[in-house]
Design a protein around this ligand. Structure first.
Ligand code: ZN
Length: 303
């Protein structure tokens, strides 16, 4: 156990997420087909039991709506995933002796009405990429995250919302990948991804080595994961948001592959003392503060 398991946060941060969640709920409530989604998200984290601890920061017990579009629940999911990754690194310390890269694979922006088809096409392309010799030679395993962002374009006097689906990948790679004749450049990644996509253009690809060892590497792996799973708080364009939520329904956003999948499967699921689930001692020793969400002031207030 060490303090880097610290997953505490502040009430201010949760308040910001709550405001975003209300905005998301408002979008769903504006469409008669998604009223239930809106109602559910509005109820998320309305009443908190707040614990503060020097080692772990602040954490909350509350009811979470678990809706995939809820920014609070997205944040929560990312905390859980980082906690699982910490546990994985604790139980498999040799992972921190390995080489890791953070790879971003993109495609050209699409219209939101084509979002689902585009992501499905990217999923197929990713499977093709994993079957390529290049990949088999260099990549042992990893985790893939799907992210969809909106971009506002001005084109010939027309303003419209464009959709930018992309993958972030955390990859464990063979040590030779960064050495001598085996050195793999970003251009090479882009060409491999282009082939897998069967695209006539060279897609934008970004590859970054996570250099360092032990604690240093651990921090980089965790922060790359946190970045890849960051909650979506910028959802002001209602029609785009609703269309994107509809298109993405049921699609998997995080997936492990290669030997990382096996490592996750073999993970001892016992909560480690530093994880979110393992805070019982603090719960027993501290009296929680109770906060409730106050709509009129748009903030949490203590009882
Ligand atoms: Zn929620």
């Amino acid at each position: 156990m060490n303090n880097d398991h610290h997953e505490g946060t502040t009430l201010e941060y949760l308040s910001q997420l709550k405001l975003s969640a209300q905005e998301v709920a408002g979008h769903f409530l504006a469409d008669s087909n998604t009223l239930r989604d809106g109602m559910r998200i509005l109820e998320c984290a309305n009443r908190l039991r707040t614990y503060s601890d020097e080692a772990y920061g602040t954490f909350f017990d509350t009811w979470y709506c678990k809706h995939r579009s809820c920014p609070i629940c997205q944040w929560r999911k990312s905390l859980r995933y980082c906690s699982k990754l910490h546990r994985t690194l604790d139980q498999n310390p040799s992972l921190l002796q390995d080489k890791w890269i953070y790879l971003t694979l993109t495609v050209r922006n699409c219209d939101v009405s084509n979002l689902r088809a585009t992501v499905e096409h990217m999923n197929q392309a990713f499977r093709r990429l994993m079957n390529r010799d290049f990949w088999k030679r260099h990549v042992q395993g990893g985790i893939r995250f799907v992210e969809v962002t909106e971009s506002f374009l001005v084109d010939g006097g027309l303003n419209y919302m464009s959709t930018h689906p992309h993958f972030h990948c955390l990859l464990r790679v063979s040590p030779s990948m960064h050495a001598g004749v085996n050195y793999v450049s970003e251009l090479q990644w882009a060409e491999e991804w282009q082939q897998a996509l069967q695209a006539h253009y060279l897609p934008i690809v970004n590859s970054r080595r996570l250099a360092g060892e032990d604690q240093d590497l651990r921090n980089k792996i965790i922060s790359a994961t946190r970045y890849s799973m960051k909650p979506k708080v910028n959802t002001s364009a209602r029609s785009w948001f609703l269309a994107a939520a509809r298109q993405m329904r049921g699609l998997r956003l995080v997936e492990s592959f290669g030997d990382m999948r096996a490592i996750f499967t073999g993970l001892d699921t016992e909560a480690s003392p530093g994880s979110i689930e393992g805070h019982d001692e603090i719960r027993q020793d501290h009296n929680p503060l109770v906060h409730f969400w106050d709509d009129s002031s748009g903030s949490y207030r203590s009882e």
